[in-house]
Design a protein around this ligand. Structure first.
Ligand code: UDP
Ligand code: MG
Length: 230
C-alpha cells in the first residue's frame, strides 16, 4: 500500500473520451476538495491519451496508460493501486456525474457515519430520464444485489462509490475487467464484517449511446451473473 498523502483519491477510467476528459478533470479540480486525480487511459484510440499526456505537468494528476482496451473494471484496478488518499472515489470520464457531489459524500466518511458511501441516482427524480429498459435493468440489478448482500441500496450501478482506502485490501483481488466491477465491488464490500454503508442523493445527467455511452444490455446480464458469483 502507498503512503497516505492527500485526503481524496479520484480514480477516472477513460476509454475514448476525448470529448469530455479535459472538462471532467477540470470539474474535479474545481470540486472544492483537496484531491489527487488518477486517470487510467484504457487503451483509447481517439486522442484521449495524447490529450492526457499534454496535461501531465500537473503534480496532482497521475496518468496511467493501458496498452490495450481492457474494460472499466481493469482500469479501476490499475487506478486503485496508485491511490494514496485517505478516501477513494470513482469518477467516470464523461459528464454524467458532477464532482461537486463529492461534497455530499465525503462528510459521511469524515464524520464517521459510514465506511462506504454511494451516490444514488434514484433517490431523486428531477433529472434527465433514462429509457425504461435501462432504468428497469438498473432496478432489477439493485434489487437482486440487495437480496444477495442483505443491504438496502437504491443504486448499485452508480459510478459514485466512495470508501476508506484501507478497505481496498479487504476486497482484492478484483476479478471483473468490465462493468461487472460494480456488483463485484458491492458484494465484496458488503462481506467485510462490521462495515457500514450509506447512500446520498446525487445528480445525474445521462448521456446517450450516440454521445459515447458504452454500458449496455449485455453488461446487465453480466451484472446478474456477478451478483450470484460474488
Ligand atoms: N470505460 C473504460 N473501459 C471500457 C469501457 C468504459 O475505462 O472498456 C470507462 C468509460 O470511459 C467511462 C466509464 O468507464 O469513464 C463508464 O463508461 P460508460 O459511461 O460508458 O458507462 P456508464 O456510465 O453507463 O456506466
Ligand atoms: Mg458514464
Amino acid at each position: 500500500m502507498q503512503p497516505e498523502t492527500m485526503k481524496l483519491s479520484v480514480v477516472i477510467p477513460a476509454y475514448n473520451e476525448v470529448q469530455t476528459i479535459q472538462q471532467v478533470i477540470e470539474r474535479v479540480r474545481g470540486c472544492g476538495i483537496d484531491c489527487e486525480i488518477i486517470v487510467v487511459d484504457d487503451g483509447s484510440r481517439d486522442g484521449t491519451r495524447e490529450l492526457l499526456q499534454s496535461m501531465a505537468a500537473d503534480p496532482r494528476l497521475k496518468i496511467v496508460l493501458h496498452q490495450e482496451n481492457r474494460g472499466k473494471g481493469a482500469a479501476l484496478k490499475t487506478g486503485f493501486e496508485q491511490a494514496t488518499g485517505q478516501f477513494v472515489v470513482i469518477q467516470d470520464a464523461d459528464l454524467e456525474y458532477d464532482p461537486r457531489d463529492f461534497q455530499k459524500l465525503l462528510p459521511v466518511l469524515i464524520n464517521d457515519e459510514a465506511d462506504i458511501v454511494y451516490g444514488s441516482r434514484f433517490s431523486r427524480t428531477d433529472q434527465r430520464v433514462s429509457p425504461a429498459w435501462h432504468q428497469a435493468g438498473n432496478q432489477l440489478i439493485t434489487w437482486l444485489s440487495n437480496l444477495a448482500t442483505g443491504l438496502k441500496l437504491t443504486d448499485v450501478e452508480t459510478c459514485y462509490k466512495m470508501f476508506r482506502r484501507p478497505l481496498l485490501d479487504r476486497i482484492t483481488p478484483l476479478r471483473e475487467r468490465g462493468f461487472g466491477i460494480e456488483p463485484e465491488l458491492t458484494a465484496k464490500f458488503a462481506r467485510i464484517p462490521g462495515v457500514r454503508f450509506a447512500e446520498r442523493p446525487i445528480g445525474y445527467a445521462r448521456r446517450t449511446y450516440a454521445e459515447g455511452k458504452k454500458i449496455g444490455l449485455k453488461d446487465g446480464f453480466r451484472a446478474l451473473w456477478c451478483i450470484l458469483r460474488y
